[in-house]
Design a protein around this ligand. Structure first.
Ligand code: PLP
Length: 355
């Protein structure tokens, strides 16, 4: 019998990349691979995307793991360097960095480097997380452009806070501010993540930065991945390890949190929050088993979940259940668990087998 297993569908990944290219034929693609390739496997995903123009990661360790695995493509550290000493590592490994603070600027201007670094200057256009203030832009721009430590093809970038919501006015406001600061300059520009690419086509600029949609998940609220032609790359499965008969009125699991409204069969599946299945998944969360959806019945345990198979079920021990993936969008499981697909994908734990 099989316990928790993740199947990674690399042809689907490549198809999703093609969908992105069709949506943004002129833009270069920085494929975002942070958090272990959104839980899909950092090196596996990088090696399956030779078409990408560059990769984006969040930590220098992720970039170095790619280099160690033989990936030679440009890699951008999306949060910049955290320690001044890392600049020499960047230069030695041909890594690019974002600059979003005056500390990072100062470190680059004063570093003793063998060769110039390629830099992406991040402007805060309204998200108020990372980025320099618009008023600081000119000073940063000229300092970087004049520095011998900085490669001449400085990229100007920002990030959207609400692009997943097509009703929000923030995206247009952020994009206008970004244009106001950067449109007249000769530099390459980048602002769109997956939601920007799918929902705000005019924001694609020179570089797009897709993460979520590469993995076949819809970046827009209330739009399915299939509506964009995207296919889920990750399918999470495990097996039925027990079937219990319960009577009307009996309860199931910790806290007796589910009660049978009729005599029924309960399937026990070998997956739990110890594998990355969300503990907050509510009663009724769908599980795909033998060509139908069965509802979660009772709390998620560390190693198991329980589902209501119905009174006349014919399911057997050893049957394979899909928790999310090709037959069941992870977006749906996220909705039932008061979280987002991003979190579910990157929370898969070490004991889960990858195929
Ligand atoms: C994570 C990230 C992305 C990708 O976002 P998605 O919503 O997954 O497409 C793009 N840009 C930056 C700066 C990021 O940190």
């Amino acid at each position: 019998m099989r316990t928790a297993t993740v199947h990674i569908n690399l042809p689907a990944l490549v198809d999703n990349y093609q969908v992105i290219k069709t949506m943004a034929p002129k833009a270069k693609v920085l494929a975002v691979l942070k958090a272990n390739g959104y839980g899909h496997g950092l090196v596996t995903i990088a090696k399956a995307l030779p078409q990408a123009d560059a990769f984006g990661v969040a930590r220098i360790e992720e970039a170095l793991e790619l280099r160690t695995a033989g990936v030679i493509k440009p890699i951008v550290l999306l949060e910049g360097v955290f320690n001044t000493g890392d600049l020499a590592i960047l230069a030695a490994n041909n890594l690019q960095t974002i600059v979003h603070t005056k500390e990072q600027l100062h470190a680059i201007l004063t570093a003793d480097l063998d060769r110039p670094l390629k830099v992406w200057l991040k402007i805060d256009t309204g998200m108020h997380r990372l980025g320099i203030e618009p008023e600081q832009f000119n000073a940063f721009y000229y300092a970087l452009t004049e520095s011998e430590n900085v490669h001449s093809d400085l990229v100007l970038m920002s990030h959207f806070s609400c692009a997943d919501d097509l009703q929000s006015s923030s995206t247009q406001a952020q994009f206008s501010l970004f244009n106001q600061l950067t449109e007249q300059l000769p530099n390459a520009r980048s602002i769109a993540n997956s939601a920007g690419i799918c929902g705000w086509q005019n924001t694609q600029c020179d570089w797009i930065r897709p993460g979520l949609m590469l993995y076949g998940v819809s970046p827009l609220i209330d739009k399915s991945s299939a509506s964009f032609g995207l296919k889920p790359v990750m399918t999470l499965q495990s097996s039925v390890i027990a079937i219990q008969r319960v009577k009307k009125g009996e309860t199931v699991g910790y806290g007796n949190a589910w009660q049978a409204s009729e005599d029924t069969n309960i399937g026990v599946i070998a997956i739990g929050y110890g594998d990355g299945y969300p503990r907050h998944a509510q009663n009724g969360t769908p599980v795909w088993l033998n060509d139908r959806r069965v509802p979660l019945a009772g709390r998620v345990s560390m190693d198991m979940i329980t589902v209501d198979l119905g009174p006349k079920s014919t399911d057997k021990i050893g049957d394979i259940a899909t928790l999310w993936g090709s037959e069941l969008p992870v977006e749906e499981i996220a909705k039932h668990s008061t979280t987002i697909a991003y979190e579910l994908l990157c929370n898969i734990t070490r004991r889960v087998k990858y195929i």
